[in-house]
Design a protein around this ligand. Structure first.
Ligand code: DGL
Length: 267
């Protein structure tokens, strides 16, 4: 069986997951679909996002994907149940790493940064209710932040101001774990590390999700083929040139990215 992981997100954010998956299994063929024509998901209704998620997953399956990775918290929140109900191949989604953040917090004070869509969704509410325990978990919507990352900005003045404005209160209240609930924010780790006190840990879910993908593939009998490292094949539903330019800006800014090729066009 020819296996292939099909990963999608609204834009470049899910490349943080693609990078982790490629790092753990370099010979695994990976297709990456960025729904840049519909970016950002964070401001859309759950129904719109779920409709897009289904279109993207079917596109990836038509291109040979044997497992779907929803590398977007907003789309996972809006569409995971529907994708699992309508597709016949395994679907791995993601959620903000609230559970590990609570487990690791010594101050029992945790902040979660996510898009407006994720913060207002029932999935994150359920997650915090289930895992908070005696900790205070504050969820913070960051409208516009993924847009800056999508423009290739990861350390600009605007990004730093947005992050320090959002985190000033939580830091004053003693937060010691910041959970990243949007895959785009993974690219902001160095900026966050520079802004936050050294006692604050930043967690994202890229690597745990990549591990989960490999576990789900193994359970489904999908063996990662032996062989040389593969390039991640990337497609965008919007303009491929500007998608490629964003990737170049991220690379120039020192972002960890897998070896990749941007292909065009997509149906
Ligand atoms: N990367 C997406 C997430 O993880 C959202 C970015 C957007 O608003 O489209 O939530």
């Amino acid at each position: 069986m020819q296996v292939r992981a099909g990963i999608f997100d609204s834009g470049v954010g899910g490349l943080t997951v693609a990078e982790a998956l490629h790092r753990l299994a370099p010979s695994l063929p990976i297709s990456y679909l960025a729904d840049t024509a519909f970016f950002p998901y964070g401001n859309r209704t759950a129904e719109e996002v779920a409709d897009r998620a289904l279109v993207l997953a079917r596109t990836l399956i038509a291109g040979g994907a044997t497992v779907i990775v929803v590398a977007c918290n907003t789309a996972s929140s809006a569409a995971l149940e529907r994708l699992r109900a309508e597709l016949t191949i395994p679907v791995v989604g993601m959620e903000p790493p609230v559970k590990p953040a609570v487990e690791r917090s010594r101050s029992r004070t945790v902040a979660v940064l996510a898009t407006t869509g994720t913060v207002s969704g029932a999935r994150l509410a359920r997650l915090t209710e289930r895992h908070s325990g005696d900790a205070t978990v504050t969820t913070i919507a960051m409208p516009g932040l993924a847009d800056l990352v999508e423009a290739g900005e990861t350390a600009s003045e605007r990004v730093r101001t947005m992050l320090s404005d959002a985190l000033r209160g939580p830091v004053a209240e003693g937060v010691d774990e910041v959970a990243l609930g949007c895959t785009h924010y993974g690219f902001l780790r160095p900026t966050l590390a520079a802004l936050l006190p050294a006692s604050v840990e930043v967690l994202d879910a890229a690597e745990p999700v990549a591990r989960r993908v490999l576990a789900v593939m193994a359970e489904a009998g999908q063996d990662v083929p032996a062989g040389p490292p593969q390039e991640v094949l990337c497609y965008a539903t919007g303009d491929a040139d500007s998608f490629e330019a964003t990737i170049q800006r991220l690379r120039d800014g020192g972002a960890a990215l897998p070896p990749l090729r941007v292909l065009r066009p997509v149906a």
